[in-house]
Design a protein around this ligand. Structure first.
Ligand SMILES: *[C@@H]1O[C@H](CO)[C@@H](O)[C@H](O)[C@H]1NC(C)=O
Ligand SMILES: *[C@@H]1O[C@H](CO)[C@@H](O)[C@H](O)[C@H]1NC(C)=O
Length: 199
């Protein structure tokens, strides 16, 4: 009787320990999730478009793990995805009925500009992967140069449409919107790279 009572107590004790441990783990997980989210929120404050930064980067807070380099790389990934989407939109526009020859040529140039921008974003991403190297300052400065070049590429699409009167306003609007997505996402990535070592 005394023994089974003892084992019952031990058993209950084990249950209590188990659940309190689980509670500790759950609380710890919540705290780290909160910390990861707060990290992104703080970092986004330095960007050119903070609300866009929050919207696009909070979803990656847990994989970024409060690491500035990871956050920059993720921002570059998001910009690349934005550029890919823009490229699809512009390509589809080019295939639409009623697109003039002038517009088609302009859109073709734009698609090339977007591809150039994607190439620069890829180079920036790669440079960010070399910050552990001996020449880390050189790599960081390259990352900044490549990200700026991506912005210039997207800008030259809209700037390249020199004779705006020949472009249908609807077409123009779609192009502008698509390029502005690339420019804003890349500006944010560049801000994060510029403030890499600041908290
Ligand atoms: C941050 O992540 C990078 C990989 O992107 C890694 O090389 C670096 O060591 C990490 N930094 C810290 C402080 O954990
Ligand atoms: C598109 O951008 C160009 C150049 O930045 C500007 O001149 C034009 O007014 C814009 N058009 C629209 C429809 O937003």
């Amino acid at each position: 009787m005394a023994n089974s009572c003892k084992s019952l107590i031990l058993y209950l004790f084990a249950i209590v320990v188990f659940f309190s441990q689980t509670q500790v783990l759950v609380t710890a997980a919540k705290d780290s999730r909160q910390a990861n989210t707060n990290f992104v929120k703080t970092k986004c404050k330095v960007t050119t478009y903070p609300s866009l930064c929050l919207k696009t980067l909070i979803p990656y807070a847990s994989s970024v793990k409060a690491n500035s380099t990871n956050l920059c790389k993720q921002a570059l990934n998001v910009a690349t995805k934005g550029a890919r989407d823009a490229s699809t939109i512009v390509s589809n526009l080019k295939k639409q009925k009623g697109i003039s020859q002038y517009e088609a040529a302009a859109l073709k140039d734009c698609i090339e500009d977007v591809q150039d921008a994607m190439y620069e974003l890829k180079r920036a991403f790669e440079a960010m992967g070399h910050l552990g190297d001996k020449d880390k300052e050189f790599q960081l400065s390259n990352a900044k140069t490549y990200a700026s070049a991506a912005i210039t590429d997207a800008d030259s699409c809209t700037g390249g449409l020199s004779d705006y009167s020949k472009v249908n306003p609807k077409v123009m609007d779609t192009i502008n919107r698509s390029m502005s997505v690339i420019i804003r996402l890349t500006s944010n990535a560049l801000s994060l790279i510029n403030h890499l070592y600041e908290y």
